[in-house]
Structures are given as structure tokens and as C-alpha cells.
Ligand binder design. Structure first.
Ligand SMILES: [Zn+2]
Length: 117
């Protein structure tokens, strides 16, 4: 059995999980061991995940920004609807919707602050 295959088997046996990324050096599948990513062929930790996490965080921040602007737009639309609405029942429904959007906005801003975006 080749050394790297043996190591892969050992990694799997020890509870390591194969991840969808491959080693940038040898293109062998990578394994996640606790917080480390190990290449069984190079037999060393690989650091590509650190970069991927940064990218993911940046992307996450952009998505949160887009969601925030959507929510603000919807709140603006609701405001216009409420101004024009005279029926108490419809106003109540609009008010409830507004409250949903506002709490979504609150959660979103909290999330943005936590993720440092
Ligand atoms: Zn490798």
C-alpha cells in the first residue's frame, strides 16, 4: 500500500473527515483533523482554509449589506403603503409586517457587527 493511502486510511480511522478541497501542492484530497487541514501525501498541515475563511467572511459581509439594503427598501415601501392605507385591519397587517422587517434588520446589524463586516 502506498504511504499516502495508508496515511489516508489512518486519518479516516482516527475520525478525520475528507474535505472537498485538494492540496495546492500535490492535488491530493485533504483531511480535516480537529482544526487542522492535513495533506496525507505531503504529510503536513495545509493553510488554504485560512484564506477561504477570509474570502467567505468578505462575501458574507457583502451579502449582509445587500440584504440590509433590501430590507430598508421594503421598510420604505411599507411606509408608503401605511401612509396611503386607511383600513385599520390592513394597517395592522402592515404594522406586523413592518415589525418583522425591523427585527430582521436588528438581527442583521447584530450579525454584521459580530462578523466584523
Ligand atoms: Zn499535498
Amino acid at each position: 500500500m502506498a504511504e499516502d493511502v495508508k496515511r489516508m486510511a489512518e486519518l479516516l480511522k482516527s475520525g478525520a473527515a475528507m474535505i472537498s478541497k485538494s492540496c495546492p501542492v500535490c492535488a491530493s484530497p485533504l483531511f480535516k483533523v480537529g482544526k487542522d487541514i492535513i495533506c496525507p501525501r505531503c504529510n503536513r498541515p495545509v493553510v488554504i482554509v485560512g484564506i477561504a475563511e477570509d474570502e467567505q467572511r468578505a462575501l458574507g459581509g457583502k451579502i449582509l449589506e445587500m440584504v440590509e439594503s433590501t430590507i430598508l427598501g421594503k421598510i420604505g415601501e411599507l411606509n408608503e403603503l401605511m401612509k396611503a392605507e386607511g383600513d385599520p385591519e390592513r394597517l395592522r397587517a402592515l404594522g406586523e409586517t413592518l415589525s418583522v422587517w425591523l427585527s430582521a434588520l436588528e438581527k442583521l446589524r447584530k450579525l454584521s457587527a459580530e462578523s466584523g463586516a
